[in-house]
Design a protein around this ligand. Structure first.
Ligand code: GDP
Ligand code: MG
Length: 676
């Protein structure tokens, strides 16, 4: 092959002087090393050294191929300011082993420098040639084929072997995409002397390429496919770098422009060549492809795209979730502690939006089907994590609504004259509204969350509370009424019993009737505020009547205990026996008849005992007998009984004894007067 051995040291020195000065600045990576291992640093390089992580599709990838020592690395360094190793003149060792990758200076272009293949050192390593070709075709948008001018037309030369390989692997990968997905081959013809114009060189090359193409064994069904179905071609020449350094400089600058200026008519990175791999997924994609190639598995790019999309979407979703979880974890404690988290709805939505947005930003570049599926998955997962907060907050809203209700109702009832029914309804509505407002505020869109069940439970609880409270209020009201009744009954009943006589029970019955009528009116009035049903009201009235009656009989019993009744009887007796018709105390004279008044008074008083013994129910005002219905715990007939037979007997005996003592006393008083 052509070599620059013959060139003088002076020319070499000149060449070195024009080398890019940024050598040490541009980091390069040994992507596939001598042992054919794929570097695990690609991702770090993309993000940290080349700053392409967020570039999305906004970057390009090209690869250079060609025989060894044809100045490939030199050209790349010149074109892109890269830092690839160039053959050392004195050692003459093969420099590029495997594949190196670097970013072009100040551009979003990645270049792969692929090991030359006709190397003496590596021998006929057809295997690596094939693998690296396959890898480059699968990943790069543009393949630069670098060759000396004198290699053009050498149909059996090393380059043609390489191109045959490129065609084969391209068919293998994109065979099914005939006419749709093309690879650009850019031929750079080096050390162009100028005697043969580019047009001639390119048509010679094209003719050779066509011959190779025809000679290829094609997959079934693609027997008649054309080279132009799969490839676009560009040809360019460069002058001898050392012999025409200035010309070389000018031409490389022109060539450089094709890689960076999208307005250049020969711009190489046309959108149709894109491999549709976002920058943040390149390491996964390239790594997976190399892995497939190394294990000699069928390399199927659509599947690789799918796998890439799955892998990256998963990674992106996970990263978004880390932030998401961190954002929402602050809700847990307060909710578990039963507190209401303020603005929980907007806060949850915000966290979810941020997560989805950050997912969308990176993941939307991947296969739409995979992206959409993963997005739905993510939304579902986010929603289900948030749902526990939704449910927790609902529970707390429920509790709070109940306690609000209880407190407010209590407060309202403290006010005199509050109507229970109205206040309860109003307070209940407020509690339900409070719950609904809170529940609606935390129900996120795109969820199937529901609060109806909780609402139903709440209404049920409030209903029950109302019933309990109403019962309490009713009892309170009834107790108040009873107190009133008791107050109204006690005095008149005592008075009536203190003045026994045939109309005694009649007076008491009239008192009872009036009192219970008053109470009934009062009850009816109060009952309205409790919105009682007719049946309930009837029952309450009945109870009230009975209760009034019980109070009455209790008062009667109270006034009829042993000492008291005896006292009443004796009072009565004394009045008859010891006082004259004017009510003045009698002083007995020896001539007075003591026996008759004594007997009369005693008789009369003893007759009062059976009167006291049983309540007589005739109300003289209405001339009707009072009666109440008996029940399990109330026997009306029994309630009329004040004194049992035995007690009547006992009372009679006790009374007589006292009366007799009174008689003896009277007698003695006469004797005493006589003795003076
Ligand atoms: P690679 O193996 O294809 O990457 O080739 P290198 O870039 O390492 O260069 C191989 C040798 O060719 C080095 O000694 C370079 O100085 C020399 N060289 C580089 N560019 C040119 C060129 O345009 N013309 C000639 N004749 N020699 C060149
Ligand atoms: Mg090289």
């Amino acid at each position: 092959p052509h070599s620059d051995k013959a060139l003088g040291a002076g020319i070499r020195a000149a060449a070195e002087a024009t080398a890019p000065s940024s050598k040490e600045l541009l980091p390069r990576l040994h992507l596939i090393d001598d042992e054919k291992r794929f570097s695990d640093e690609l991702s770090t390089y993309i993000s940290d050294k080349w700053h392409l992580k967020n570039a999305g599709f906004n970057y390009n990838l090209a690869a250079i191929f060609g025989s060894q020592s044809t100045g490939k690395s030199t050209l790349l360094n010149r074109l892109f300011g890269t830092n690839f190793d160039v053959m050392n003149e004195t050692a003459r060792m093969q420099t590029t082993k495997g594949i190196w990758i670097s970013q072009g200076i100040d551009m979003k272009v990645l270049i792969m420098d692929v090991e030359g293949t006709d190397g003496r050192e590596r021998g006929e390593d057809q295997d690596f040639e094939r693998k690296s070709a396959l890898f480059s075709v699968a990943t790069s948008e543009v393949l630069i084929v670098n060759m000396w001018e004198h290699q053009v037309g050498l149909y059996n030369g090393a380059n043609m072997g390489l191109l045959k390989t490129v065609f084969e692997v391209n068919l293998q990968l994109f065979g099914g995409n005939r006419g749709k997905e093309k690879t650009l081959l850019l031929f750079v013809i080096r050390d162009h002397v100028g005697s043969t114009p580019l047009a001639n060189l390119s048509s010679t090359l094209m003719a050779d390429l066509e011959r190779i193409w025809i000679g290829l064994s094609k997959p079934e069904g693609l027997e008649d496919c054309k080279i132009s179905d799969y490839f676009d071609f560009m040809f360019t020449t460069l002058p001898h770098k050392l012999l025409q350094p200035e010309q070389f400089e000018i031409e490389t600058q022109k060539l450089r422009n094709r890689f960076i200026d999208s307005k250049d008519p020969n711009y190489v990175f046309q959108p149709q060549y894109s491999k549709r791999v976002p920058a943040d997924g390149l390491h996964v994609y390239a790594g997976a492809i190399w892995e497939k190639i190394m294990t000699n598995k069928d390399l199927d790019l659509p599947t690789q795209q799918e796998l890439l999309a799955q892998f990256r979407c998963e990674e992106i979703a996970n990263a978004a979730f880390v932030v998401f979880k961190d954002q929402i974890k602050e809700f847990r404690h307060p909710i578990e502690a039963g507190q209401l988290v303020e603005d929980l709805g907007p806060k949850m939505k915000q966290a979810r939006d941020v997560a989805i947005k950050s997912f969308d930003k990176d993941a939307s570049r991947y296969l739409p089907a995979v992206y959409q599926r993963k997005r739905t998955e993510m939304l579902t997962k986010a929603n289900s994590m948030l749902e526990s907060y939704f449910v927790g907050q609902l529970k707390n809203l429920h509790k709070k609504a109940v306690s609000n209700f209880a407190i407010q109702l209590q407060q309202a009832l403290k006010v005199e004259g509050t109507e229970f029914g109205k206040v309860a309804a109003k307070t209940k509505k407020e509690a339900v509204d409070f719950f609904l407002k809170g529940a609606k505020a935390i129900k996120l869109s795109e969820t199937d969350w529901e609060y109806e069940e909780e609402l139903y439970q709440l209404e049920h609880d409030l209903e029950e509370l109302t019933i309990v409270q109403r019962e309490k209020e009713l009892t309170k009201m009834l107790t108040g009424l009873e107190k009133l009744i008791k107050k109204e009954l006690d005095e008149p009943v005592k008075l009536a019993l203190d003045q026994p006589g045939p109309d005694m029970w009649g007076r008491i019955m009239t008192i009872y009737r009036r009192t219970s009528e008053d109470a009934e009116l009062l009850l009816k009035k109060k009952a309205r505020t409790f919105e009682l049903t007719e049946e309930e009201e009837k029952q309450l009235l009945l109870n009230l009547k009975r209760q009034s009656w019980v109070l009455l009989t209790m008062k009667v019993q109270e006034e009829s205990v042993d000492g008291l009744i005896l006292y009443k009887l004796l009072n009565r007796f004394e009045e008859k026996f010891q006082r004259d018709s004017h009510g003045l105390p009698r002083v007995w004279n020896p001539t007075d008849d003591i026996d008759t008044p004594f007997r009369n008074a005693r008789e009369e008083t003893v007759e009062l005992i059976p009167l006291y013994a049983k309540i007589s129910t005739l109300d003289p005002v209405t001339d009707t007998h009072l009666t109440l219905e008996s029940s399990d715990d109330f026997d009306f007939g029994q309630s009329l009984q004040v004194l049992s037979e035995t007690r009547q007997q006992e009372l009679t005996t006790q009374f007589k004894r006292k009366a007799d003592a009174s008689y003896v006393e009277a007698k003695r008083s006469i004797v005493a007067t006589q003795a003076k």
